[in-house]
Design a protein around this ligand. Structure first.
Ligand code: SAH
Ligand code: SF4
Ligand code: F3S
Length: 449
């Protein structure tokens, strides 16, 4: 985040510190809030202790994630005692879920703003709007937030960017808070997405990751689905790579699968969470598909794009999960072969349907989580190792830790370290992969013939 500016040339800039927890959508939202506050004369700082305002953009997905907010607020108490003018704001999904309860529990907090009310943040900070706003307004917040350029067309951006195209969720998986914290599914209009993407391209962005809680449920006027949107985005000069996340198996339309075959700018990587390999558990989770449905879908995706790297999320110890259910999940993982996956121990979330169900013994859940992680780590290693000896294209992002080294991402989203003293961020260069480390690859530039 480097885009907040002070428009008020004379007044000394106020400093805004933002801490972002949770998913990529929060990262995107934090950037939008920084831009909105930039118009109010705030510039970003990476030092909390000299900030005029601290904004915590929170995540509610698991208990641990939301408890982080309270430990951070506890640490802010002495700072606020020293400098009562310091403004403390809480944004994001905990703000939505807990509202003014946060101020009751932590009086150091000045304002609470839910994810659908960010456009009102500047007025809240000026004291011209209520200090707690967790409404789901009828209007689209993105129509009121300043566009990405924020009046500073020349501002360069990193070569990769997120772009939210869809928000909210109507799926109501039994464990999940997102439908409550982010609200109903809303798709942004294609025209606005294309404008934002052109603007990003003009500012040096080469790779866009489309974001949505159910990104593949995106739909536009005239029956456009995400596949059609991706084809339109691929026509923008300067945009070389497209990705999207997170998808739901039930929304993988044929057109989107076809785009993986036909659209070279759509990268061969797909995060398609399945959560469990047991039909009984999938049913109890309200996922509305079976393990076999998912495996058949994976076959179709691989038929369209054989080299695609697949990733997923898994939950260990969902209420009612038996050893046999867990074994079915391990079998599904064996059958798919993932490039990477996140696995989480089930966390009961207030207000969700599964919250009242009798949980699995914590020790048992821990053991299952460990087994999932061992298998998934083995698969990740194997997929990374399979890249060694291959020639890939790397989009360079930034200098690495060693002198002359640059770091970028391959088509398959692996971080790649390359000695390339002349390469600039935003360049796409051919690289021979020479080695695989636990979480990255290394390679050597292939000299252009
Ligand atoms: N929209 C995405 C995921 C959103 S949340 C999807 O449909 O898959 C990201 C991940 O957090 C989920 O995929 C799930 O694995 C995990 N998660 C969500 N709620 C959880 C809970 N209550 N306990 C443990 N993990 C959870
Ligand atoms: Fe949560 Fe399920 Fe919606 Fe994903 S699809 S955000 S897991 S309710
Ligand atoms: Fe967390 Fe909200 Fe994202 S709960 S995962 S920040 S949608």
């Amino acid at each position: 985040m480097t885009d907040a500016h002070s428009d008020a040339a004379d007044a000394p800039a106020k400093r805004l510190f933002i801490k972002t927890y949770g998913c990529q959508m929060n990262v995107y939202d934090s950037e939008r809030m920084a831009e909105a506050m930039g118009a109010e004369g705030y510039v970003l700082t990476d030092r909390q202790d000299d900030a005029d305002m601290v904004l915590l953009n929170t995540c509610h997905i698991r208990e641990k994630a939301s408890e982080k907010l309270y430990s951070d607020l506890g640490r802010l108490k002495p700072l606020k005692a020293e400098r009562p003018d310091l403004k403390i704001g809480v944004a994001g999904c905990v703000a939505q879920a807990e509202g003014d309860e946060i101020i009751r529990r932590m009086p150091v907090v000045d304002l609470v703003v839910g994810p659908q009310a960010y456009h009102r943040l500047p007025a809240m900070v000026r004291g011209e709007a209520p200090a707690v706003d967790t409404e789901f307004p009828a209007e689209d917040k993105f129509d009121h937030l300043p566009p990405a350029r924020s009046g500073h067309a020349a501002t360069r951006r990193a070569p990769t960017a997120f772009l939210t195209v869809q928000e909210g969720c109507d799926k109501f998986c039994a464990f999940c808070v997102v439908p409550y914290t982010r609200g109903a599914e809303v798709s942004r209009p294609a025209a606005r997405i294309l404008t934002e993407a052109r603007d990003l391209a003009a500012r040096g962005v080469r790779e866009i990751t489309l974001l949505g809680q159910n990104v593949n449920a995106w739909h536009g006027a005239e029956g456009w689905g995400l596949g059609r949107l991706i084809r339109a985005l691929a026509e923008i000069d300067g945009i070389e790579r497209l990705r999207y996340t997170t998808s739901h198996p039930n929304d993988m339309a044929d057109d989107l699968i076809d785009a993986h075959r036909d659209e070279p700018k759509l990268m061969p990587y797909l995060h398609l969470p399945v959560q469990s390999g047991s039909d009984r558990v999938l049913k109890a989770m309200n996922r509305r598909h079976t393990a076999e449905d998912y495996l058949r879908l994976i076959d179709r995706i691989r038929a369209a794009r054989p080299d695609i790297v697949l990733t997923s999320d898994f939950i260990a110890g969902f209420p009612g999960e038996t050893d046999a259910d867990h074994a079915a999940t391990l079998r599904l993982i064996e059958r798919v072969g993932y490039g990477m996956a996140y696995s989480f121990k089930y966390s009961a979330r207030p207000g969700t349907p599964a919250a009242d169900r009798a949980g699995v013994d914590a020790g048992v859940a821990d053991t299952r989580l460990q087994e999932l992680q061992e298998l998934l780590t083995r698969q990740q290693k194997a997929v990374q190792q399979s890249m060694v000896g291959r020639e890939l294209t790397v989009l360079f992002e930034k200098p690495g830790r060693l002198p002359g080294q640059m770091v970028g991402k391959s088509e398959y989203l692996h971080a790649v370290h390359v000695t390339a003293p002349d390469a600039k961020p935003g360049e796409l260069l051919r690289v021979l992969i020479t080695a695989s480390a636990p979480n990255s690859l290394s390679g050597a530039l292939i000299e252009a013939a």
